[in-house]
Design a protein around this ligand. Structure first.
Ligand code: TEU
Length: 553
C-alpha cells in the first residue's frame, strides 16, 4: 500500500459560520479562524477542511455559490483568506476547501445569463427542458422536498435543481462547464490550497434519458437515477488529468449513492480519479422508509458491518475516509454515544474508534469537547433549509407536529451547526452580538475553556489519542479485522502489520460487558483507555469503556 501524507493526516472540519465571530455580526468569520489556529494546531491535526466561504446568497449556507473566485465579505473577504492560508502554512498545517460544482447559486453570473434567453451562450451551462402535460419534465423530487424542476416563465422552460430552487444544477455534458470548473480548481491550487472536498460529486453526471422515477422511496431514486451517472468516471478522470494530477494535493469526493460496490471505482489509484470518498452508509443507518425524518433505531451489528465492508472494498488500491459526523448530521456523541449519563466516556470512546480505524480520519469542530445535539423549543429557532422544508411537508401531510419536533431534535442539521462552545461566557464566547443560530444552552458546562483546565477532559483525550495514532503507523496502514460482528454491544477489532498488533475493544452500551473469546488476555498489554478504572481483567469493559491493547508476546 503506497504511503502518502494525506493518508496519515487527521483532518479537522470547520463550519466557518459557527466557529468564531470577531465582528459582532453573529456570523463566524475568517479572522475568527485565524484567532483560533493555535488551538486547532494544539489538537495535533494536520489539515483543515473549510466548508464553503465563497460569495453566496446563503440559501443553503454557502453551498449555493455565486462566485467561485471570491471570498464572501461575511467571512472577511479575500484579504482575510490570504492571511489565513499563509498562517495555516506557517503553522505546518494544510488547507482543504469545499468545491460545490454540481450546482451553483441562481445568483451566479452563469445562471443569470443562462436564464435570459433560450439562445444565451450560457443556456447550456444548466439543464433546461420543456415541460410535459402542463407540468415539469419528470416527477423527480429535490433532496429538500418539492419538485426538482423550477419553471421559468420568461423562457417557458424548466431548469433542474437537485437541491433548493436557488441551486440550479450545472450541465457537465457541456465541455465549457467542465473547463470552467477545472479552471476554478486550478485557480485555488495556484494560490496554494492543498486540496478539495467535492460536494455531491456523485451527482454531476445526469442520466442519458430523463424519465419519471417509479421508485416509492426517494433513496432509491437517488441511487438509481441521480447518482453515479453514465459519465461520472469519465468526468473525474478528465478532472484528474487536466488539473488534480499536476499538484500535490488531496481530494475527497462526497456523495449519496457511493457504496461498497462502486466506491473503489472512485478511488482506485490506478484509475486516477479521486483520493478518497465520503459515503453515508453508517450515517443513513437510522433512516426509515421515509428517509432521514422517519428514523428507526440504530443497530450496532449493521454499523460494524459498514466499517468491515468498506475496509474490504477499498483495501486493494483504494483508501477510506473515517468520520462519524459533519455539518449535515446530528452530533456523534448524541447519536452513537450516550450524551447524558456517559457523556464524557462515550465521547472519548467514539474518538478512540475513529483514530484506530484504517483510513484518513475527519473530526468535526466541537466534537473534541463532546458538543451535543440541541433541542430548541420550537421550529422558529431552526435555520437549516432541509429542516424547514421537512417541517412544512410534515405539516402539510397532517403529521403530529409535536412528535415531529422530537424528530427534528434528533435529526436536524442544525444540531451540528450551533456555535462553537469556547467558554461559559455570554453566547459561549462565539460572538459579542446575536448569534445567527442560538447557542446550545449546555455551553455553560461543555466548553473549551473548562476542558483546558483538567487533564482528563475530552479535549485532552483527543490530543492524546491523535498523538498515539501518529506514533503508531499500524493504526493508519495496518490490516483490519472485526471480531464478533453480530455482538449487539461490543465493537472489537484488531489492527496489525508485520511490526505490531493492536486489539481494540469498545463497549458501546450502558452495561458492563465481557469480551468472551479464545484469545488469551495474557498476551496483551493495555496501552490506552478512556476510563481510569481500577485495574481489572483486560477483556472486561465498563459501560462505554474503550481499550487499546497491544500484543506483547
Ligand atoms: O450534502 C449532500 C447531501 O447528500 C445532503 O443532502 C445530505 O443528504 C443531507 O444533508 C443529509 O441531511 C452536501 C452538503 O454537505 C450539504 O450541506 C448541502 O446542503 C448539499 O450538499 C447541497 O450542496
Amino acid at each position: 500500500m503506497s504511503r502518502n501524507w494525506w493518508k496519515e493526516s487527521v483532518v479537522y472540519q470547520i463550519y466557518p459560520r459557527s466557529f468564531k465571530d470577531t465582528t459582532g455580526d453573529g456570523i463566524g468569520d475568517i479572522p475568527g479562524i485565524i484567532e483560533k489556529l493555535d488551538y486547532v494546531k494544539s489538537l495535533g491535526v494536520d489539515v483543515i477542511w473549510l466548508c464553503p466561504v465563497y460569495e453566496s446568497p446563503n440559501d443553503d449556507n454557502g453551498y449555493d455559490i455565486s462566485n467561485y473566485r471570491k471570498i464572501s465579505e461575511d467571512f472577511g473577504g479575500q484579504e482575510a483568506f490570504e492571511t489565513l492560508l499563509d498562517q495555516i502554512h506557517k503553522k505546518g498545517l494544510k488547507l482543504v476547501m469545499d468545491l460545490v460544482a454540481n450546482h451553483t447559486s441562481d445568483e451566479h453570473f452563469w445562471f443569470k445569463e443562462s436564464k435570459k434567453s433560450k439562445d444565451s451562450p450560457y443556456r447550456d451551462y444548466y439543464i433546461w427542458r420543456d415541460g410535459k402535460n402542463n407540468g415539469p419534465p419528470t416527477n423527480w423530487m429535490s433532496f429538500f422536498n418539492g419538485s426538482a424542476w423550477e419553471y421559468d416563465k420568461d423562457t417557458q422552460q424548466y431548469y433542474l435543481h437537485y437541491f433548493t430552487k436557488k441551486q440550479p444544477d450545472l450541465n457537465w455534458e457541456n465541455p465549457k462547464v467542465r473547463r470552467e470548473i477545472f479552471d476554478v480548481i486550478e485557480y485555488w491550487f495556484k494560490k496554494g490550497v492543498d486540496g478539495f472536498r467535492m460536494d455531491v460529486i456523485s451527482l454531476i453526471s445526469k442520466p442519458d434519458v430523463f424519465e419519471d422515477s417509479h421508485y416509492s422511496k426517494f433513496q432509491d431514486t437517488i441511487l438509481n437515477i441521480y447518482a453515479n451517472g453514465p459519465k461520472i468516471h469519465q468526468y473525474l478522470h478528465e478532472m484528474n488529468q487536466e488539473v488534480l494530477s499536476k499538484f500535490d494535493i488531496m481530494t475527497v469526493g462526497e456523495g449519496p449513492g457511493i457504496d461498497v460496490q462502486n466506491g473503489l471505482l472512485y478511488v482506485n489509484e490506478k484509475r486516477q480519479e479521486l483520493n478518497m470518498v465520503f459515503h453515508f452508509d453508517h450515517l443513513f443507518i437510522d433512516c426509515g422508509e421515509g428517509g432521514k425524518y422517519d428514523p428507526i433505531p440504530y443497530d450496532l451489528p449493521k454499523f460494524k458491518k459498514v466499517f468491515s465492508d468498506w475496509d474490504k472494498a477499498l483495501k486493494n488500491g483504494g483508501w477510506g475516509s473515517i468520520f462519524l459526523g459533519n455539518h449535515d448530521f446530528s452530533r456523534m456523541v448524541s447519536r452513537f454515544g450516550n450524551d447524558r449519563k456517559y457523556h464524557e466516556t462515550s465521547a472519548k470512546l467514539l474518538v478512540t474508534l475513529l483514530l484506530t480505524m484504517r483510513g484518513t480520519v475527519y473530526i468535526y469542530q466541537g466534537d473534541e469537547i463532546g458538543m451535543t445535539n440541541v433541542a430548541y423549543p420550537n421550529i422558529g429557532y431552526y435555520n437549516d433549509v432541509e429542516t424547514l422544508n421537512a417541517w412544512q411537508e410534515a405539516d402539510k401531510n397532517g403529521q403530529d407536529m409535536n412528535a415531529f419536533l422530537t424528530i427534528v431534535h434528533a435529526q436536524s442539521r442544525d444540531n451540528a451547526r450551533t456555535p462553537m462552545q469556547w467558554n461559559d461566557q455570554r453566547n459561549s464566547g462565539f460572538t459579542d452580538g446575536e448569534p445567527w443560530l442560538s447557542v446550545n444552552p449546555n455551553y455553560t458546562s461543555i466548553n473549551v475553556a473548562s476542558q483546558e483546565t483538567y487533564e482528563d477532559s475530552i479535549l485532552n483525550y483527543y490530543r492524546d489519542i491523535i498523538q498515539f495514532r501518529k506514533e503508531n503507523s499500524v493504526l493508519v496502514y495496518g490490516n483490519y479485522e472485526c471480531f464478533q460482528q453480530e455482538h449487539p454491544e461490543l465493537f472489537v477489532y484488531r489492527r496489525w502489520d508485520e511490526t505490531a498488533e493492536f486489539l481494540i475493544l469498545h463497549n458501546m452500551s450502558d452495561a458492563p460487558q465481557e469480551f468472551i473469546t479464545e484469545l488469551n488476555a495474557e498476551k496483551f498489554k493495555l496501552c490506552k483507555t478512556n476510563l481510569d478504572a481500577i485495574t481489572q481483567e483486560l477483556f472486561h469493559l465498563h459501560p462505554w469503556q474503550a481499550k487499546i491493547l497491544v500484543r506483547a508476546d
